[in-house]
Design a protein around this ligand. Structure first.
Ligand SMILES: O=P(O)(O)OC[C@H]1O[C@H](O[C@H]2O[C@H](CO)[C@@H](O)[C@H](O)[C@H]2O)[C@H](O)[C@@H](O)[C@@H]1O
Length: 281
């Protein structure tokens, strides 16, 4: 796999972010880099089935991962989907990559190729069965993504007015989720129904504590990433170094406002990863 051109490491705009980056660089063997998939490693596209990692993402991750304690992809996707769309399996340098899918409910380990998780949820199947009737009058372009029996997502990006379609469906889908004991997870032009219990914050905290990490860098772009931002804030308060990176989070002002580093999208995130790898030469 070819080396990426040398890149300059950007400086976080906050004191906490600069301290977090310094902690990561001082003890990389105890540092964890955790990245969201869609919008962070993969450019947003209208059709979720066509999403793929940025072409430089895997080379950058493969350069960086051997220099760190670990690298993790933490996504709302099923783990197997992120592995396939990311091209993460069988890559030299990514032998210890971990992909946490379904907001952390599932775990894929590159070392074993195994995916562990709770499997299908009957409440999701029951809610899914009601969707055709509920969406009968939804705007054209509204599309349902079945997420391996563990979640179901209603996408509005391909509607003529994606925001209006999203807002019109939010309450009916919340009511459907409530009736089935599910959580409504809003994202970028998507409303997902999934079992409650785990979120990206819970997953990140558990991973970082179990790894005994002294620093964590988290990058995300969407509403579901706010829980991970909260978790990094809590870890920082406990003395773990933390860097918060927002990727093209124009739709999620809270994320950009709270980030130590705001980057214009996956290409810039990948450059950051390459720059980190260079800095750790
Ligand atoms: O946690 P993530 O890795 O960011 O996954 C969140 C959701 O991403 C996908 O939807 C988003 O990306 C699509 C492809 O670019 C885009 O068309 C859609 O509008 C976005 O919301 C995925 O389809 C969902 O299942 C994930 O939960």
């Amino acid at each position: 796999m070819g080396r990426l051109p040398h890149a300059t490491l950007p400086e976080p705009s906050t004191a906490a972010g600069r301290a977090g980056l310094a902690a990561l660089l001082a003890a990389p063997e105890r540092a964890v880099v955790v990245l969201d998939f869609d919008g962070t490693l993969a450019p947003i596209v209208p059709d979720p089935e066509q999403a793929r990692a940025h072409p430089d993402a895997v080379p950058a991750l493969a350069q960086l991962a051997p220099k760190l304690g670990s690298v993790v992809v933490l996504t709302g996707r099923p783990a197997a989907t992120a592995v396939a769309y990311g091209g993460f399996a069988g890559v030299p340098g990514l032998e210890h990559l971990v992909v946490l899918g379904h907001y952390g409910a599932e775990r894929w380990d590159a070392a074993t190729g195994r995916t562990d998780g709770p499997g299908d949820d009957p409440a999701v199947a029951a809610a899914r069965a009601e969707l055709p009737a509920l969406l009968a009058d939804a705007p054209q372009g509204t599309w349902v993504e079945d997420k391996g029996g563990r979640a179901v997502a209603v996408h509005t990006r391909r509607a003529a007015d994606p925001r209006a379609a999203f807002e019109a469906l939010r309450e009916p889908l919340r009511e459907l989720a409530d009736r089935h004991g599910l959580k409504l997870e809003p994202g970028s032009m998507v409303l997902e129904l999934r079992p409650p219990g785990v979120d990206k914050g819970v997953a990140l905290t558990s991973y970082v504590r179990h790894a005994g990490a002294s620093a964590v860098l988290y990058g995300g772009d969407d509403l579901g990433d706010l829980a991970a931002f909260d978790a990094v804030d809590r870890l920082r308060a406990d003395g773990t170094g933390g860097v918060l990176v927002a990727s093209a989070a124009t739709d999620v002002p809270d994320l950009s406002a709270r980030a130590d580093l705001v980057l214009p999208g996956p290409a810039a995130v990948v450059e950051l990863l390459a720059a980190l790898a260079d800095a750790l030469e």
